[in-house]
Design a protein around this ligand. Structure first.
Ligand code: DGY
Length: 310
């Protein structure tokens, strides 16, 4: 049943379900609506958009917009908005939580205690981890979240920073972080921890595959809180099995909610999370609020606060 925004001419119809609709169902569901507030699991592809040229706004409750066919939205004159900024620090926190969890093998340590396997303190326990402080962090992508991770790494953990990104940081920020811009090959061969913070685009899909894992240090850790498809998951599973890299912590996957069975099978030095980078109460509330406000703004003829550049 449509409800009205208080003090507004915009009516809202809420679909209260977690499972995303298929393309056909979604296209039909959107018929007659001028705006949609959607999640990253809703795929607004060419077929859905072409069937709904009446749409004026697509407001994504996420910063990533790889679930929306942007060129088609542009062709149809549909404004796309997203929710940057509010989730930056929250996602950077989770990135560090994962980095620490894999480096110090926390899920394994938790299992060890609960299962009663802990019988004595040992100088060389089976759960030996690696240090993060003083190590080299390689960031692929240096947008808002990459920079928030960089600040934690440098100022909190005394890490050395390399980054690969389309554009350089302003010189002052590079100086403050002691960051050096390198190409991806240099980053992979020098970093102790590689953390991904780039958007998923045709250019970045599978940016890490077999050749890239082979170039990494055998002691290296991969962390991905960006998008799953930046990584070729089969190649990652192979690299972990073969000891080409030391460990991995992943919050995002190529075919969510499915996880590559070979990654599920590796229990040592691999930490998996269900895409919870921005999942704190405050941040998710802010994201939903921003998305709703931007949809309303467009429908009322005002400029949205967070348009995705066309
Ligand atoms: C985003 O906003 O793109 C995140 O992946 C959601 O947590």
């Amino acid at each position: 049943m449509p409800a009205a925004f208080a003090g507004s001419s915009v009516e809202v119809d809420v679909r209260n379900a977690d499972e995303p609709l298929g393309a056909g169902e979604l296209a039909t569901r959107l018929a007659g609506y001028q705006g949609v507030v959607c999640q990253l699991t809703d795929r607004l592809d060419e077929s859905v958009l072409d069937a709904n040229p009446q749409l004026e706004v697509i407001s994504n409750v996420a910063v990533g917009v790889d679930n929306i066919d942007l060129p088609v939205a542009r062709r149809l004159g549909i404004t796309v908005t997203n929710t940057p900024d509010v989730l930056t620090e929250t996602t950077a926190d989770l990135t560090f939580a994962l980095m620490l969890a894999v480096a110090r093998r926390l899920p394994e340590a938790d299992d060890f205690v609960r299962s009663g396997s802990w019988t004595a303190w040992k100088l060389s326990p089976s759960l030996m981890g690696v240090d993060l402080h003083g190590k080299t962090l390689g960031l692929f992508g240096m947008g808002r979240i990459g920079r928030a991770v960089a600040r934690r790494a440098v100022h909190g953990f005394g890490m050395r920073l390399l980054y690969a990104s389309r554009s350089p940081l302003p010189a002052e920020q590079e100086r403050d972080l002691g960051a050096t811009r390198v190409d991806l090959d240099q980053l992979l061969s020098a970093a102790d921890v590689v953390s991904l913070h780039a958007a998923l685009t045709p250019e970045t899909r599978h940016v890490l595959g077999a050749a890239q894992f082979a170039a990494m240090k055998p002691s290296a850790i991969l962390v991905n809180t960006a998008r799953g498809a930046l990584v070729d998951e089969s190649a990652l599973a192979e690299a972990l099995d073969d000891g080409q890299i030391w460990g991995a912590a992943l919050d995002v996957f190529e075919h969510e909610p499915d996880v590559h069975p070979r990654l599920l099978a590796v229990r040592e030095r691999v930490v998996l999370a269900p895409h919870v980078g921005s999942a704190t109460l405050d941040t998710r509330r802010r994201m939903a609020d921003i998305a709703a406000r931007d949809a309303r703004a467009v429908l009322e003829g005002r400029a949205p606060a967070h348009p995705v550049p066309a």
